[in-house]
Each structure stands twice: as structure tokens, then as C-alpha cells.
Write a protein that binds this ligand. Sequence first.
Ligand SMILES: Cc1cc2nc3c(=O)[nH]c(=O)nc-3n(C[C@H](O)[C@H](O)[C@H](O)COP(=O)(O)OP(=O)(O)OC[C@H]3O[C@@H](n4cnc5c(N)ncnc54)[C@H](O)[C@@H]3O)c2cc1C
Length: 405
Amino acid sequence: MRVVVCGAGIGGLSLAHALSRHVEVVVVERDVTAADTGGYRISIDDEACRALGRLLPGALLDEVRSLSDTGSAFEQFTIADSRLRPIVVAPEPAGQDRILAQRQLLRVLLARDITATIRFGSTVRAVSQDQYGAAVTLTDGSVIEGDLVVAADGADSAVVASILGRSPTRDLGLTGIAGWTPLSDASPPGYLRRGPALAFGPDGTGVFLSLHHPPATPTADPLIAGLLGEPALIWGTITRSSRLTPTRDAAAEALVHQATTLLDRWSPWLRERVSHSDASRTAAFRFRAVDPAGPIAGWTPGVVTALGDAIHAMPPTGGRGASTAICDAADLARAVDDHLQGAPLDQVLARYQRRIVPRARSAVRDSLGPVRVINALRHRPARLLARPVLNAAGALGAWRYRDAR
Ligand SMILES: Cc1cc2nc3c(=O)[nH]c(=O)nc-3n(C[C@H](O)[C@H](O)[C@H](O)COP(=O)(O)OP(=O)(O)OC[C@H]3O[C@@H](n4cnc5c(N)ncnc54)[C@H](O)[C@@H]3O)c2cc1C
């Protein structure tokens, strides 16, 4: 059996590790190297840590853990105002496993020592299928055939669009700029030492903040040592796309400048840190999401299925996208195992596509909650009430999706 995985992101690479124990796996990725990705940090939750335990070789997972922060760096989540004064501090449940991984590093580790073939610098244009298998056409015109094709190509997936005839996600009208600032000379607000924070400004701009602590154990690999870097503030602004000059293909220095301008009336400490960011680690991305009340993975599977953001994109505001993609990968690996034991492929894929829906809907709903607050704050009456609105939203746990437009 040959499986073609479109996309060497978090979900695609996790799946490729598990499948390549039993079948031939080809991963197709448009980036030129595994390190070509945003430098922000992703939080992998308890369920996804268990899923990684099933997907990855034990030594690789141990290495990921040893180079990442763990639960002790995420004891609480703080909602703050634009002066970085805490409004609500929500403790995280105790006893949960957690990996806080630097995204570039995680991807480099997942792509290293993998048995699957990874074809970097290859962009998928379309996928077709018939009763004999599927064919992936790349933008250079070449075709890769497989018995199963998995769309793991993230939000705005070309593969899913080619089987549905449309994108399952919509642009939420918000753009994030994420960056990284070395923190050697400046002490951050105390609550950041106990976990990340999301700060809201009265103009509807939001900023994610978290601290990066490189591990105490030195590493001999210069690429990994370079990615781990020094203690840093990881920040990410969220604002309406219409407030920014186009960010697509913008130079990293221009993104830092735009982010700094957005924070004109924010905490001077934060503005100063953002203005001194490492431009090489700054990236912009548009927020996309599926409608959590609409169909998710609703197509009848033949030999093409999908995982992660490709089917249920969500904004990063819930910190759930990578964890959900990893859990999907574990469920899909189990479905392929069942097929290898004799169950028909279309049946195991249909079961897989039904199984992942409740988890995806709940993650998308949670992730859209802060987007709703940001959108509410752009209206003048809500701006005047910004602090009481935020207090109420945080205290009532009101990160519930109703209408993210
Ligand atoms: C700033 C930020 C912070 C985040 N924080 C968190 C967090 O704390 N916790 C969390 O769980 N999630 C977080 N996320 C979300 C998380 O990164 C994504 O949800 C997750 O990576 C989705 O995994 P995936 O495998 O589905 O897609 P991705 O990891 O996005 O991978 C998709 C891959 O497909 C490739 N690709 C795309 N199109 C093509 C094509 N046509 N041909 C070939 N290759 C293609 C892309 O280059 C990419 O490598 C964050 C996201 C952002 C932007």
C-alpha cells in the first residue's frame, strides 16, 4: 500500500511516522525545508500528548519533550488589558500532560530520521480519484499515485478544495502577525512566568503573549541549538485585516513595523519589545475557520481523506489546532491499521471521518470565542465598555461561538 500525505505540517508528519511502520509513505510539501515555518510556540494538550505516544518512536518523543517546555510553564491562562494588567486568571486543570513546543523545532525533529520519503519544494495543485486509487498532481505537472491520499495541507487546503469543488473554510477578516523578541534585559509581567496571556485593546486588537525558556541541557546539533535560541517573548498580534497594509509577501521588517504601530497606545514595555523583534522569526497569517455548525468531513470517502486544519481549520486563538491535527492523525493511523487487517478502506475512512467531528467542532467553537470578543470591540459602544465587557467575557467563560463575523 502506498499513502501520499499532502503537507508536512504537524499532523501530516505525525501520521507519516506511524504509517511508515507498515506501508510506503510519500509526503509532499511546498516548503523547501522543515525549518521554513513560523517561529511561534504551540501547546500540545493531554489528549494529543497521548496520541503522539502512539504515533512517534519513543526516542523521538523523548527528544521533543527534552527540548520543549512542559506543563509547569502553563499553570494558568491570563486575560489582560492593553496595559497588560491582568483581568482574569484562569488556572489550568492540574495533572494534565502538556508539551509547549517551538514550532520550527518540532517540525525539524518530526521530519528528521523519518522512514517516509518527504518531497520538499513540491506544491499540490489537485487530486483525482477512481476505483483504483488516487493521483496527486503537482504544480510542476508531475503526478504521484497512491492507494490512499491524505489532505494534511492546512487551512485553505488545495486537496480538500479539489474534492469538494470549494474551500470548506472562510476568511474571518482577521490577520495575525507573530514574532519573537530576545528577553535578556527586560522582566516580563509576573503572570507570564506561569502561563500564556491574551491581551485585548479597546480598539479590537488582541495580543497573545508567552515566554520561551530554552532547555538547560545543551544540544550538539547546531541547527537545533540555533532554533532554541535564548529566553524570549513570543508575541502575536490579532487585528482586522483591513487595518493593515497587505501582509502577503511583505518583508519581515515591515511586519514588525506594522505590529509596533498597532500597539501605539498599548503598554510601552510591550511596544518596545515588539519593535526589537527578531525579523527572521516574524510571520503574518490570515485567520480562517470552518463553520462549526456546518458539515465537517461530510464527504463520502473513496481513497482521499483529510486531517487537521485541512478539514476543520480554526484560528490560533484557542491554541487547539495542532493538538486536534495530532489526534486526527492517531485516529487515521488506527483506521489504516484496521484496513491492513482486512476491513474495506472506504468503511474505515467513513468511520474515521465520523469519529473526528465532535472533537473538531468543540475545538473550532472554543477557538472562535476570542474572535467574537475582538469583533465586538470594534463597535463604539462596546469600546467604551471594553473593560467591563472583557471582565464579563472572562468571568463567564464566554468564549462561545455565536457569530464570528
Ligand atoms: C501563531 C499561531 C499559534 C498557534 N498556536 C497553537 C497552539 O498553541 N496549539 C495548537 O494546538 N495549535 C496552535 N496553532 C495552530 C497550529 O499551528 C495549526 O492548527 C496546526 O499546525 C495544524 O496542523 P496541520 O498538520 O493540519 O497543518 P499545518 O501544520 O499548517 O501543515 C500544513 C502543511 O501543508 C503545507 N501545504 C499547504 N498547502 C500545500 C500544497 N498545496 N502543497 C503542498 N504542501 C502544502 C504547508 O506548507 C504546511 O507545511 C497556532 C497557529 C498559529 C498561526
